[in-house]
Design a protein around this ligand. Structure first.
Ligand SMILES: [Cu+2]
Length: 103
């Protein structure tokens, strides 16, 4: 009986350690669907109509994002369907840290 209790304690401990880590890992790679509405290369910004952004707790809307790297804007064009990762921008607003066109 003691062994069973010990096994159960280990399981509970393992679950408490593993679950928060896996949730965190999922958040780190969460991508959001969007459609390119406008590219503003002069100010390194892009307007996207986006789905829910889980990691920012943001509902679907159309809005401007800063981009981390100006080269990102060369990979996309108006009307493209994209998957992107947006994060809080230390300079204010939100910044896209990765973006890819969905084929
Ligand atoms: Cu938004």
């Amino acid at each position: 009986m003691k062994a069973v209790l010990r096994a159960f304690a280990w399981l509970a401990l393992a679950a408490s350690l593993v679950l928060p880590l896996s949730v965190h890992a999922a958040d780190k790679v969460a991508l959001t669907e969007g459609t390119v509405k406008r590219i503003d290369a002069a100010s390194n910004r892009i307007m996207l109509a986006h789905g829910p952004i889980e990691n920012l707790f943001m509902p679907p809307m159309t809005m401007m994002f800063n981009v981390k790297d100006a080269a990102m804007l060369k990979k996309v064009k108006d009307g493209d369907k994209v998957l992107f990762r947006a994060e809080d921008d230390v300079k204010g607003g939100y910044v896209i840290v990765s973006i890819q066109v969905v084929k």
